[in-house]
Design a protein around this ligand. Structure first.
Ligand code: ARG
Length: 563
Protein backbone atom coordinates (compact mmCIF):
# COMPACT_ATOMS: atom_id res chain seq x y z
CA UNK A 1 0.00 0.00 0.00
CA UNK A 2 1.19 3.42 -0.99
CA UNK A 3 0.58 4.97 2.46
CA UNK A 4 2.51 2.31 4.24
CA UNK A 5 5.39 2.98 1.90
CA UNK A 6 5.10 6.66 2.68
CA UNK A 7 5.18 6.03 6.42
CA UNK A 8 8.21 3.74 6.03
CA UNK A 9 9.89 6.44 4.02
CA UNK A 10 9.39 9.05 6.69
CA UNK A 11 10.53 6.68 9.46
CA UNK A 12 13.63 5.71 7.50
CA UNK A 13 14.64 9.35 7.24
CA UNK A 14 14.45 9.60 11.04
CA UNK A 15 16.37 6.39 11.75
CA UNK A 16 19.54 7.30 9.84
CA UNK A 17 19.96 3.80 8.46
CA UNK A 18 19.86 2.01 11.80
CA UNK A 19 17.00 -0.09 10.44
CA UNK A 20 16.61 -0.45 6.69
CA UNK A 21 13.50 0.84 4.94
CA UNK A 22 12.69 -2.69 3.85
CA UNK A 23 12.66 -3.91 7.39
CA UNK A 24 10.60 -0.94 8.55
CA UNK A 25 8.07 -1.74 5.86
CA UNK A 26 7.97 -5.32 7.05
CA UNK A 27 7.36 -4.28 10.65
CA UNK A 28 4.62 -1.73 10.07
CA UNK A 29 1.29 -3.08 11.27
CA UNK A 30 -2.34 -2.30 10.52
CA UNK A 31 -3.93 -1.86 13.97
CA UNK A 32 -7.05 -3.90 14.57
CA UNK A 33 -8.74 -1.09 16.49
CA UNK A 34 -9.67 2.11 14.74
CA UNK A 35 -8.59 4.28 17.71
CA UNK A 36 -5.02 3.07 17.25
CA UNK A 37 -4.86 4.74 13.90
CA UNK A 38 -4.34 3.31 10.42
CA UNK A 39 -0.71 2.29 10.64
CA UNK A 40 1.55 1.47 13.54
CA UNK A 41 5.26 0.95 14.04
CA UNK A 42 6.59 -0.93 17.09
CA UNK A 43 9.84 0.53 18.43
CA UNK A 44 11.24 -2.47 20.37
CA UNK A 45 13.96 -3.28 17.85
CA UNK A 46 15.07 0.31 17.54
CA UNK A 47 15.07 0.74 21.31
CA UNK A 48 17.39 -2.24 21.70
CA UNK A 49 19.84 -0.83 19.19
CA UNK A 50 19.75 2.66 20.66
CA UNK A 51 19.70 1.39 24.26
CA UNK A 52 16.73 3.54 25.17
CA UNK A 53 13.27 2.80 26.52
CA UNK A 54 10.89 1.88 23.67
CA UNK A 55 8.18 4.30 24.78
CA UNK A 56 10.72 7.14 24.97
CA UNK A 57 11.87 6.46 21.44
CA UNK A 58 8.29 6.21 20.20
CA UNK A 59 7.50 9.57 21.78
CA UNK A 60 10.57 11.25 20.37
CA UNK A 61 10.00 10.13 16.85
CA UNK A 62 6.25 10.67 16.89
CA UNK A 63 6.78 14.30 17.84
CA UNK A 64 9.18 14.81 14.97
CA UNK A 65 6.97 13.50 12.17
CA UNK A 66 5.09 16.00 10.07
CA UNK A 67 3.51 15.10 6.77
CA UNK A 68 0.39 16.41 5.04
CA UNK A 69 -0.76 12.83 4.48
CA UNK A 70 -0.89 12.20 8.21
CA UNK A 71 -3.57 13.84 10.29
CA UNK A 72 -2.13 12.81 13.61
CA UNK A 73 0.94 10.92 14.80
CA UNK A 74 0.98 9.72 18.37
CA UNK A 75 2.99 7.46 20.62
CA UNK A 76 1.10 4.85 22.59
CA UNK A 77 3.47 2.73 24.65
CA UNK A 78 6.14 1.42 22.32
CA UNK A 79 4.09 2.14 19.21
CA UNK A 80 4.05 5.05 16.84
CA UNK A 81 0.49 5.28 15.58
CA UNK A 82 -0.37 7.17 12.46
CA UNK A 83 -3.78 8.49 11.55
CA UNK A 84 -4.04 9.14 7.85
CA UNK A 85 -5.51 12.37 6.58
CA UNK A 86 -8.93 10.97 5.78
CA UNK A 87 -9.98 13.61 3.29
CA UNK A 88 -6.80 13.47 1.28
CA UNK A 89 -6.51 9.71 1.34
CA UNK A 90 -10.18 9.17 0.51
CA UNK A 91 -9.89 11.36 -2.56
CA UNK A 92 -6.74 9.61 -3.68
CA UNK A 93 -8.10 6.10 -3.20
CA UNK A 94 -11.41 6.73 -4.93
CA UNK A 95 -9.79 8.59 -7.80
CA UNK A 96 -7.39 5.71 -8.30
CA UNK A 97 -10.28 3.24 -8.61
CA UNK A 98 -12.13 5.54 -11.00
CA UNK A 99 -9.04 5.70 -13.20
CA UNK A 100 -8.03 2.06 -13.06
CA UNK A 101 -11.42 0.34 -12.84
CA UNK A 102 -11.00 -3.46 -13.13
CA UNK A 103 -7.22 -3.04 -13.17
CA UNK A 104 -7.29 -1.69 -9.63
CA UNK A 105 -5.25 -3.83 -7.28
CA UNK A 106 -3.07 -5.44 -9.90
CA UNK A 107 0.53 -6.23 -8.99
CA UNK A 108 3.82 -6.59 -10.82
CA UNK A 109 5.04 -9.69 -9.07
CA UNK A 110 5.31 -12.37 -11.68
CA UNK A 111 7.02 -10.74 -14.69
CA UNK A 112 4.88 -13.00 -16.86
CA UNK A 113 6.55 -16.12 -15.43
CA UNK A 114 4.59 -19.29 -16.23
CA UNK A 115 2.83 -21.12 -13.41
CA UNK A 116 1.31 -24.44 -14.35
CA UNK A 117 -1.76 -25.39 -12.35
CA UNK A 118 -2.69 -29.05 -12.23
CA UNK A 119 -6.37 -28.86 -11.35
CA UNK A 120 -9.74 -30.59 -11.53
CA UNK A 121 -8.34 -33.86 -12.93
CA UNK A 122 -11.34 -36.18 -12.51
CA UNK A 123 -11.08 -39.86 -13.35
CA UNK A 124 -12.92 -40.97 -16.46
CA UNK A 125 -15.63 -43.58 -16.02
CA UNK A 126 -16.06 -42.36 -12.44
CA UNK A 127 -18.28 -39.61 -11.10
CA UNK A 128 -16.96 -36.08 -10.84
CA UNK A 129 -16.56 -35.89 -7.06
CA UNK A 130 -16.84 -33.03 -4.59
CA UNK A 131 -13.05 -33.19 -4.30
CA UNK A 132 -12.75 -32.58 -8.01
CA UNK A 133 -15.11 -29.64 -7.65
CA UNK A 134 -12.88 -28.15 -4.96
CA UNK A 135 -9.80 -28.66 -7.10
CA UNK A 136 -11.52 -27.03 -10.09
CA UNK A 137 -12.80 -24.03 -8.19
CA UNK A 138 -9.64 -23.41 -6.14
CA UNK A 139 -7.42 -23.93 -9.19
CA UNK A 140 -9.46 -21.47 -11.21
CA UNK A 141 -9.33 -18.81 -8.49
CA UNK A 142 -5.56 -19.27 -8.17
CA UNK A 143 -5.17 -18.85 -11.90
CA UNK A 144 -7.13 -15.58 -11.82
CA UNK A 145 -5.12 -14.38 -8.82
CA UNK A 146 -1.85 -15.22 -10.54
CA UNK A 147 -2.95 -13.31 -13.61
CA UNK A 148 -3.72 -10.31 -11.42
CA UNK A 149 -0.16 -10.60 -10.08
CA UNK A 150 1.29 -10.57 -13.62
CA UNK A 151 2.08 -14.30 -13.81
CA UNK A 152 1.06 -16.42 -16.76
CA UNK A 153 -1.04 -19.31 -15.46
CA UNK A 154 -1.49 -22.50 -17.49
CA UNK A 155 -4.47 -24.55 -16.36
CA UNK A 156 -3.95 -28.25 -16.88
CA UNK A 157 -6.69 -30.85 -16.49
CA UNK A 158 -4.62 -33.94 -15.70
CA UNK A 159 -7.44 -36.37 -16.46
CA UNK A 160 -7.27 -39.74 -14.74
CA UNK A 161 -7.63 -41.66 -17.95
CA UNK A 162 -5.01 -44.38 -17.50
CA UNK A 163 -4.27 -47.16 -15.07
CA UNK A 164 -5.12 -50.75 -14.16
CA UNK A 165 -8.72 -49.80 -13.40
CA UNK A 166 -9.36 -49.48 -17.12
CA UNK A 167 -8.26 -53.07 -17.63
CA UNK A 168 -10.84 -54.09 -15.04
CA UNK A 169 -13.49 -51.93 -16.61
CA UNK A 170 -12.94 -53.49 -20.00
CA UNK A 171 -13.31 -56.96 -18.51
CA UNK A 172 -16.49 -55.91 -16.70
CA UNK A 173 -17.96 -54.30 -19.79
CA UNK A 174 -17.24 -57.31 -21.94
CA UNK A 175 -18.94 -59.57 -19.38
CA UNK A 176 -21.86 -57.58 -18.05
CA UNK A 177 -22.02 -54.39 -20.07
CA UNK A 178 -24.74 -53.09 -22.36
CA UNK A 179 -23.92 -50.54 -25.04
CA UNK A 180 -27.29 -48.78 -24.99
CA UNK A 181 -27.23 -48.28 -21.23
CA UNK A 182 -23.66 -47.00 -21.23
CA UNK A 183 -24.51 -44.52 -23.96
CA UNK A 184 -27.50 -43.25 -22.07
CA UNK A 185 -25.97 -42.73 -18.68
CA UNK A 186 -22.27 -43.33 -19.09
CA UNK A 187 -20.78 -42.62 -15.72
CA UNK A 188 -23.54 -44.24 -13.70
CA UNK A 189 -23.36 -47.40 -15.82
CA UNK A 190 -19.59 -47.60 -15.85
CA UNK A 191 -19.50 -47.09 -12.12
CA UNK A 192 -21.99 -49.94 -11.72
CA UNK A 193 -19.79 -52.19 -13.83
CA UNK A 194 -16.79 -51.23 -11.77
CA UNK A 195 -18.63 -52.11 -8.56
CA UNK A 196 -19.85 -55.44 -9.99
CA UNK A 197 -16.28 -56.24 -10.98
CA UNK A 198 -15.07 -55.77 -7.42
CA UNK A 199 -17.90 -57.80 -5.94
CA UNK A 200 -17.30 -60.64 -8.35
CA UNK A 201 -13.54 -60.48 -7.94
CA UNK A 202 -13.97 -61.48 -4.31
CA UNK A 203 -15.58 -64.70 -5.48
CA UNK A 204 -13.54 -65.29 -8.64
CA UNK A 205 -9.88 -64.36 -8.16
CA UNK A 206 -9.08 -64.83 -11.84
CA UNK A 207 -10.92 -61.61 -12.64
CA UNK A 208 -8.08 -59.53 -11.23
CA UNK A 209 -5.63 -61.33 -13.53
CA UNK A 210 -7.86 -60.66 -16.49
CA UNK A 211 -8.04 -57.02 -15.52
CA UNK A 212 -4.26 -56.79 -15.41
CA UNK A 213 -4.05 -58.58 -18.74
CA UNK A 214 -6.39 -56.10 -20.39
CA UNK A 215 -4.50 -53.16 -19.00
CA UNK A 216 -1.32 -54.62 -20.45
CA UNK A 217 -3.14 -54.90 -23.76
CA UNK A 218 -4.15 -51.27 -23.42
CA UNK A 219 -0.59 -50.19 -22.67
CA UNK A 220 0.71 -52.08 -25.69
CA UNK A 221 -1.87 -50.58 -28.03
CA UNK A 222 -4.28 -53.51 -28.57
CA UNK A 223 -6.97 -52.32 -30.97
CA UNK A 224 -10.03 -53.62 -29.16
CA UNK A 225 -8.80 -52.34 -25.81
CA UNK A 226 -7.99 -48.91 -27.22
CA UNK A 227 -11.36 -48.62 -28.95
CA UNK A 228 -13.27 -49.37 -25.75
CA UNK A 229 -11.08 -47.06 -23.70
CA UNK A 230 -11.53 -44.26 -26.23
CA UNK A 231 -15.25 -44.70 -26.11
CA UNK A 232 -15.40 -44.62 -22.28
CA UNK A 233 -13.25 -41.51 -22.35
CA UNK A 234 -15.30 -39.63 -24.94
CA UNK A 235 -18.58 -40.36 -23.21
CA UNK A 236 -17.15 -39.38 -19.81
CA UNK A 237 -15.82 -36.12 -21.21
CA UNK A 238 -19.25 -35.20 -22.51
CA UNK A 239 -20.50 -35.44 -18.93
CA UNK A 240 -17.55 -33.57 -17.43
CA UNK A 241 -17.86 -30.80 -19.99
CA UNK A 242 -21.42 -30.15 -18.96
CA UNK A 243 -20.11 -29.43 -15.45
CA UNK A 244 -17.29 -27.20 -16.72
CA UNK A 245 -19.83 -25.28 -18.81
CA UNK A 246 -22.04 -24.76 -15.77
CA UNK A 247 -19.06 -23.50 -13.78
CA UNK A 248 -17.82 -21.38 -16.68
CA UNK A 249 -14.35 -22.85 -16.34
CA UNK A 250 -12.01 -23.98 -19.10
CA UNK A 251 -8.48 -25.33 -19.41
CA UNK A 252 -5.37 -24.55 -21.37
CA UNK A 253 -4.47 -28.22 -21.60
CA UNK A 254 -6.43 -31.45 -21.30
CA UNK A 255 -3.38 -33.68 -21.37
CA UNK A 256 -4.33 -36.41 -18.93
CA UNK A 257 -2.37 -39.39 -17.68
CA UNK A 258 -2.67 -41.26 -20.97
CA UNK A 259 -0.89 -38.44 -22.78
CA UNK A 260 2.37 -39.49 -21.12
CA UNK A 261 2.11 -43.06 -22.30
CA UNK A 262 4.79 -42.83 -24.97
CA UNK A 263 6.95 -40.54 -22.85
CA UNK A 264 7.46 -42.74 -19.82
CA UNK A 265 10.22 -44.99 -21.17
CA UNK A 266 12.73 -42.18 -21.38
CA UNK A 267 12.02 -41.20 -17.81
CA UNK A 268 12.35 -44.75 -16.49
CA UNK A 269 15.61 -45.23 -18.43
CA UNK A 270 16.99 -42.06 -16.92
CA UNK A 271 16.12 -43.34 -13.44
CA UNK A 272 17.97 -46.56 -14.27
CA UNK A 273 20.99 -44.67 -15.63
CA UNK A 274 21.19 -42.68 -12.42
CA UNK A 275 21.08 -45.99 -10.52
CA UNK A 276 18.00 -44.88 -8.63
CA UNK A 277 15.89 -47.96 -9.31
CA UNK A 278 15.85 -50.89 -6.99
CA UNK A 279 13.91 -54.11 -6.98
CA UNK A 280 11.16 -54.81 -4.52
CA UNK A 281 9.24 -58.07 -4.96
CA UNK A 282 9.85 -57.89 -8.70
CA UNK A 283 8.62 -54.29 -8.93
CA UNK A 284 10.92 -51.39 -9.75
CA UNK A 285 10.92 -48.67 -7.12
CA UNK A 286 12.90 -45.64 -6.02
CA UNK A 287 13.97 -46.21 -2.45
CA UNK A 288 13.23 -43.26 -0.16
CA UNK A 289 13.83 -44.95 3.18
CA UNK A 290 16.59 -42.49 4.17
CA UNK A 291 13.85 -39.83 4.09
CA UNK A 292 11.51 -42.01 6.11
CA UNK A 293 9.16 -42.39 3.20
CA UNK A 294 7.81 -45.50 1.57
CA UNK A 295 9.38 -46.30 -1.81
CA UNK A 296 8.01 -44.59 -4.93
CA UNK A 297 6.58 -47.28 -7.24
CA UNK A 298 7.71 -46.91 -10.82
CA UNK A 299 6.92 -50.22 -12.55
CA UNK A 300 4.99 -53.27 -11.40
CA UNK A 301 6.41 -56.76 -11.82
CA UNK A 302 4.35 -57.21 -15.01
CA UNK A 303 5.84 -54.03 -16.45
CA UNK A 304 2.73 -51.90 -15.94
CA UNK A 305 3.35 -48.26 -15.03
CA UNK A 306 1.74 -46.42 -12.13
CA UNK A 307 0.22 -43.13 -11.10
CA UNK A 308 3.63 -41.87 -9.90
CA UNK A 309 5.35 -42.92 -13.13
CA UNK A 310 2.96 -40.77 -15.11
CA UNK A 311 3.23 -37.85 -12.69
CA UNK A 312 7.04 -37.88 -12.84
CA UNK A 313 6.89 -37.92 -16.62
CA UNK A 314 4.32 -35.13 -16.61
CA UNK A 315 6.49 -33.00 -14.32
CA UNK A 316 9.45 -33.33 -16.70
CA UNK A 317 7.25 -32.62 -19.68
CA UNK A 318 5.83 -29.49 -18.05
CA UNK A 319 9.24 -28.13 -17.13
CA UNK A 320 10.45 -28.70 -20.69
CA UNK A 321 7.33 -27.36 -22.38
CA UNK A 322 6.50 -24.38 -20.19
CA UNK A 323 9.70 -23.62 -18.27
CA UNK A 324 7.50 -22.86 -15.32
CA UNK A 325 8.63 -20.69 -12.42
CA UNK A 326 6.18 -22.61 -10.25
CA UNK A 327 4.20 -25.77 -10.77
CA UNK A 328 1.09 -26.14 -8.62
CA UNK A 329 -0.92 -29.28 -7.92
CA UNK A 330 -4.37 -28.55 -6.56
CA UNK A 331 -5.18 -31.93 -5.07
CA UNK A 332 -6.81 -33.14 -1.83
CA UNK A 333 -4.59 -33.45 1.24
CA UNK A 334 -4.90 -37.26 1.24
CA UNK A 335 -2.36 -37.27 -1.59
CA UNK A 336 0.32 -35.26 0.17
CA UNK A 337 2.69 -38.21 0.54
CA UNK A 338 2.49 -38.83 -3.21
CA UNK A 339 3.57 -35.27 -3.98
CA UNK A 340 6.37 -35.35 -1.42
CA UNK A 341 7.64 -38.51 -3.08
CA UNK A 342 7.49 -36.90 -6.52
CA UNK A 343 9.55 -33.95 -5.39
CA UNK A 344 12.14 -36.16 -3.69
CA UNK A 345 12.53 -38.47 -6.68
CA UNK A 346 12.98 -35.50 -9.02
CA UNK A 347 15.57 -34.01 -6.68
CA UNK A 348 17.46 -37.30 -6.69
CA UNK A 349 17.38 -37.11 -10.49
CA UNK A 350 19.19 -33.79 -10.13
CA UNK A 351 16.36 -31.45 -10.98
CA UNK A 352 16.51 -28.41 -8.74
CA UNK A 353 13.30 -27.07 -10.15
CA UNK A 354 11.54 -29.81 -8.18
CA UNK A 355 11.57 -27.26 -5.36
CA UNK A 356 9.27 -25.07 -7.44
CA UNK A 357 6.58 -27.75 -7.39
CA UNK A 358 3.93 -27.12 -4.77
CA UNK A 359 1.11 -29.30 -3.56
CA UNK A 360 -1.84 -27.00 -2.95
CA UNK A 361 -3.79 -29.30 -0.68
CA UNK A 362 -7.36 -28.97 0.50
CA UNK A 363 -9.83 -30.61 2.89
CA UNK A 364 -13.00 -32.55 2.25
CA UNK A 365 -16.59 -31.59 1.66
CA UNK A 366 -18.74 -33.10 4.38
CA UNK A 367 -22.42 -33.83 4.56
CA UNK A 368 -23.69 -34.00 8.15
CA UNK A 369 -20.10 -34.24 9.30
CA UNK A 370 -19.27 -37.23 7.09
CA UNK A 371 -17.33 -37.47 3.86
CA UNK A 372 -19.58 -37.35 0.81
CA UNK A 373 -19.15 -40.75 -0.71
CA UNK A 374 -19.34 -41.76 -4.36
CA UNK A 375 -19.49 -45.43 -3.48
CA UNK A 376 -22.29 -47.76 -2.54
CA UNK A 377 -25.13 -45.88 -4.15
CA UNK A 378 -24.66 -42.84 -1.90
CA UNK A 379 -23.66 -41.04 -5.03
CA UNK A 380 -24.07 -37.29 -4.95
CA UNK A 381 -23.93 -36.10 -8.48
CA UNK A 382 -22.29 -32.77 -8.73
CA UNK A 383 -24.23 -31.77 -11.78
CA UNK A 384 -27.40 -32.21 -9.75
CA UNK A 385 -26.02 -30.05 -6.98
CA UNK A 386 -25.30 -27.25 -9.42
CA UNK A 387 -28.63 -27.46 -11.23
CA UNK A 388 -30.42 -27.56 -7.87
CA UNK A 389 -28.62 -24.42 -6.74
CA UNK A 390 -29.63 -22.70 -9.96
CA UNK A 391 -33.25 -23.85 -9.58
CA UNK A 392 -33.45 -22.57 -6.02
CA UNK A 393 -32.03 -19.23 -7.12
CA UNK A 394 -34.64 -19.13 -9.86
CA UNK A 395 -37.45 -19.79 -7.39
CA UNK A 396 -36.20 -16.91 -5.24
CA UNK A 397 -36.28 -14.60 -8.22
CA UNK A 398 -39.80 -15.73 -9.15
CA UNK A 399 -41.11 -14.73 -5.74
CA UNK A 400 -39.14 -11.50 -5.31
CA UNK A 401 -38.78 -10.11 -8.77
CA UNK A 402 -41.07 -11.98 -11.18
CA UNK A 403 -40.80 -9.45 -14.00
CA UNK A 404 -37.04 -9.42 -14.15
CA UNK A 405 -35.44 -9.84 -17.54
CA UNK A 406 -32.59 -12.37 -18.01
CA UNK A 407 -33.97 -14.50 -15.18
CA UNK A 408 -32.13 -17.52 -16.51
CA UNK A 409 -28.69 -15.99 -16.63
CA UNK A 410 -29.11 -14.24 -13.28
CA UNK A 411 -30.25 -17.45 -11.58
CA UNK A 412 -27.25 -19.19 -13.10
CA UNK A 413 -24.86 -16.54 -11.78
CA UNK A 414 -26.36 -16.71 -8.30
CA UNK A 415 -26.68 -20.48 -8.03
CA UNK A 416 -23.21 -21.28 -9.31
CA UNK A 417 -21.72 -18.29 -7.50
CA UNK A 418 -23.21 -19.54 -4.24
CA UNK A 419 -21.58 -22.96 -4.63
CA UNK A 420 -18.20 -21.48 -5.56
CA UNK A 421 -18.21 -18.87 -2.80
CA UNK A 422 -19.18 -21.43 -0.18
CA UNK A 423 -16.19 -23.49 -1.18
CA UNK A 424 -13.71 -20.63 -1.27
CA UNK A 425 -14.67 -18.66 1.80
CA UNK A 426 -12.85 -20.95 4.23
CA UNK A 427 -9.17 -21.71 4.18
CA UNK A 428 -8.76 -24.51 1.67
CA UNK A 429 -7.34 -26.94 4.21
CA UNK A 430 -10.51 -26.81 6.30
CA UNK A 431 -13.24 -29.33 5.67
CA UNK A 432 -16.43 -27.76 4.34
CA UNK A 433 -19.91 -28.71 5.44
CA UNK A 434 -22.17 -28.90 2.45
CA UNK A 435 -25.53 -27.17 2.67
CA UNK A 436 -27.41 -25.72 -0.27
CA UNK A 437 -29.68 -23.65 1.95
CA UNK A 438 -26.72 -22.01 3.71
CA UNK A 439 -24.96 -21.24 0.46
CA UNK A 440 -27.93 -19.48 -1.04
CA UNK A 441 -28.84 -17.26 1.86
CA UNK A 442 -28.68 -13.57 1.05
CA UNK A 443 -27.60 -12.70 4.59
CA UNK A 444 -24.42 -13.85 6.25
CA UNK A 445 -21.17 -14.70 4.58
CA UNK A 446 -22.40 -15.94 1.25
CA UNK A 447 -21.87 -15.31 -2.44
CA UNK A 448 -25.43 -14.04 -2.91
CA UNK A 449 -24.86 -11.53 -0.09
CA UNK A 450 -21.88 -10.04 -1.91
CA UNK A 451 -23.69 -10.15 -5.24
CA UNK A 452 -26.70 -8.50 -3.67
CA UNK A 453 -24.54 -5.71 -2.28
CA UNK A 454 -23.12 -5.16 -5.74
CA UNK A 455 -26.64 -4.95 -7.16
CA UNK A 456 -27.57 -2.41 -4.50
CA UNK A 457 -24.56 -0.28 -5.42
CA UNK A 458 -25.40 -0.51 -9.13
CA UNK A 459 -28.96 0.58 -8.55
CA UNK A 460 -27.79 3.60 -6.53
CA UNK A 461 -25.54 4.60 -9.40
CA UNK A 462 -28.41 4.28 -11.82
CA UNK A 463 -30.82 6.25 -9.66
CA UNK A 464 -28.21 8.95 -9.19
CA UNK A 465 -27.48 8.96 -12.94
CA UNK A 466 -23.84 8.69 -12.13
CA UNK A 467 -21.07 9.24 -14.66
CA UNK A 468 -17.37 9.47 -13.93
CA UNK A 469 -15.82 12.90 -14.32
CA UNK A 470 -12.20 12.01 -14.38
CA UNK A 471 -10.90 15.58 -13.93
CA UNK A 472 -13.02 16.37 -10.94
CA UNK A 473 -11.60 15.92 -7.43
CA UNK A 474 -13.62 13.64 -5.22
CA UNK A 475 -14.24 15.36 -1.92
CA UNK A 476 -15.97 13.27 0.69
CA UNK A 477 -16.99 15.07 3.83
CA UNK A 478 -18.24 12.20 5.96
CA UNK A 479 -16.14 10.08 8.30
CA UNK A 480 -18.58 7.20 7.96
CA UNK A 481 -16.90 6.34 4.66
CA UNK A 482 -13.56 5.68 6.32
CA UNK A 483 -14.04 1.93 7.00
CA UNK A 484 -14.84 1.52 3.29
CA UNK A 485 -11.82 3.53 2.21
CA UNK A 486 -9.53 1.59 4.45
CA UNK A 487 -10.81 -1.68 2.94
CA UNK A 488 -10.47 -0.37 -0.60
CA UNK A 489 -6.91 0.69 0.00
CA UNK A 490 -5.92 -2.72 1.31
CA UNK A 491 -7.09 -4.54 -1.83
CA UNK A 492 -3.69 -4.99 -3.48
CA UNK A 493 -2.15 -6.10 -0.18
CA UNK A 494 -4.87 -8.71 0.23
CA UNK A 495 -4.24 -9.91 -3.30
CA UNK A 496 -0.54 -10.17 -2.57
CA UNK A 497 -1.10 -12.20 0.60
CA UNK A 498 -3.61 -14.45 -1.15
CA UNK A 499 -1.07 -15.04 -3.91
CA UNK A 500 1.86 -15.75 -1.65
CA UNK A 501 -0.13 -18.19 0.46
CA UNK A 502 -2.27 -19.62 -2.37
CA UNK A 503 -5.32 -18.72 -0.37
CA UNK A 504 -8.37 -17.43 -2.25
CA UNK A 505 -10.35 -17.34 1.01
CA UNK A 506 -8.61 -14.03 1.78
CA UNK A 507 -10.29 -12.54 -1.28
CA UNK A 508 -13.66 -14.00 -0.31
CA UNK A 509 -13.32 -12.55 3.20
CA UNK A 510 -12.28 -9.23 1.72
CA UNK A 511 -15.45 -9.04 -0.40
CA UNK A 512 -17.57 -9.85 2.66
CA UNK A 513 -15.86 -7.15 4.74
CA UNK A 514 -16.21 -4.59 2.00
CA UNK A 515 -19.86 -5.49 1.47
CA UNK A 516 -20.55 -5.18 5.20
CA UNK A 517 -18.79 -1.83 5.44
CA UNK A 518 -20.77 -0.58 2.47
CA UNK A 519 -24.12 -1.80 3.79
CA UNK A 520 -23.45 -0.06 7.07
CA UNK A 521 -22.66 3.17 5.25
CA UNK A 522 -25.74 2.81 3.11
CA UNK A 523 -27.83 2.42 6.25
CA UNK A 524 -26.60 5.65 7.83
CA UNK A 525 -25.82 8.05 5.01
CA UNK A 526 -28.22 9.43 2.44
CA UNK A 527 -26.14 8.84 -0.61
CA UNK A 528 -28.51 10.43 -3.12
CA UNK A 529 -29.19 13.58 -1.16
CA UNK A 530 -28.75 16.60 -3.42
CA UNK A 531 -25.82 18.47 -1.93
CA UNK A 532 -22.34 19.39 -3.04
CA UNK A 533 -20.93 16.01 -1.96
CA UNK A 534 -23.30 13.83 -3.93
CA UNK A 535 -20.79 13.27 -6.70
CA UNK A 536 -18.18 12.22 -4.14
CA UNK A 537 -20.54 9.79 -2.42
CA UNK A 538 -21.61 8.23 -5.68
CA UNK A 539 -17.96 7.96 -6.69
CA UNK A 540 -17.41 6.03 -3.49
CA UNK A 541 -20.32 3.77 -4.41
CA UNK A 542 -18.82 3.30 -7.86
CA UNK A 543 -15.49 2.36 -6.31
CA UNK A 544 -17.20 -0.19 -4.05
CA UNK A 545 -19.12 -1.71 -6.97
CA UNK A 546 -15.97 -1.92 -9.07
CA UNK A 547 -13.89 -3.59 -6.37
CA UNK A 548 -16.68 -5.99 -5.33
CA UNK A 549 -17.09 -7.05 -8.93
CA UNK A 550 -13.34 -7.48 -9.32
CA UNK A 551 -13.10 -9.49 -6.10
CA UNK A 552 -15.87 -11.80 -7.26
CA UNK A 553 -14.27 -12.11 -10.68
CA UNK A 554 -11.03 -13.29 -9.12
CA UNK A 555 -13.01 -15.98 -7.33
CA UNK A 556 -14.56 -17.05 -10.65
CA UNK A 557 -17.99 -15.61 -9.80
CA UNK A 558 -20.15 -13.37 -11.93
CA UNK A 559 -21.77 -10.21 -10.61
CA UNK A 560 -25.21 -9.67 -12.19
CA UNK A 561 -26.49 -6.07 -12.28
CA UNK A 562 -29.85 -7.05 -10.83
CA UNK A 563 -31.22 -9.93 -8.79
N1 ARG B 1 -7.14 -38.11 -10.86
C1 ARG B 1 -6.65 -37.97 -9.54
C2 ARG B 1 -7.75 -38.28 -8.53
O1 ARG B 1 -8.91 -38.14 -8.82
C3 ARG B 1 -6.14 -36.59 -9.27
C4 ARG B 1 -4.97 -36.19 -10.12
C5 ARG B 1 -4.22 -35.07 -9.53
N2 ARG B 1 -3.14 -34.63 -10.34
C6 ARG B 1 -1.97 -35.26 -10.45
N3 ARG B 1 -1.06 -34.74 -11.25
N4 ARG B 1 -1.70 -36.35 -9.79
O2 ARG B 1 -7.45 -38.65 -7.42
Amino acid sequence: MYYKQQFANVLASKFNGVISEEEILFRIESPKQMNHGDLAFPCFELAKIKRKAPNKIAEEIASEIEDPLFEKVEAVGAYINVFLNKQKVSSQVIEKVLREKGEYGKLNLGNKGVVTIDMSSPNIAKPFSMGHLRSTVIGNALSLLLEKGDYKPVKINHLGDWGTQFGKLIVAYKRWGNEEKVKKDTIKELLKLYIIFHEQAEIDASLEDQGRLWFKKLESGDEEAIALWNWFKEESLIEFNRIYDLLGINFDSNDGEAFYNDKMNGMVEFLAEKKLLSNSDGAEVVDLSELNMPPCLIRKSDGATLYATRDLTAALYRQETYQFVQSLYVVGNEQSLHFQQLTEVLKKMGYNWANDMKHISFGMILKDGKKMSTRKGKLVLLEEVLTQAIDLAKQNIETKNPFMQNKESVAHAIGVGAVIFHDLKNHRNNDVEFSLEDMLRVEGETGPYVQYTYVRACSLLEKGEYTIKIDETVQLNDDQAWPIISKLMSFSQVIERALLTYDPSLIAKFTIDLAQAFNKYYGSVRVLQDDSHKYARLSLVYAVATVLQEGLRILGIEAPKEM
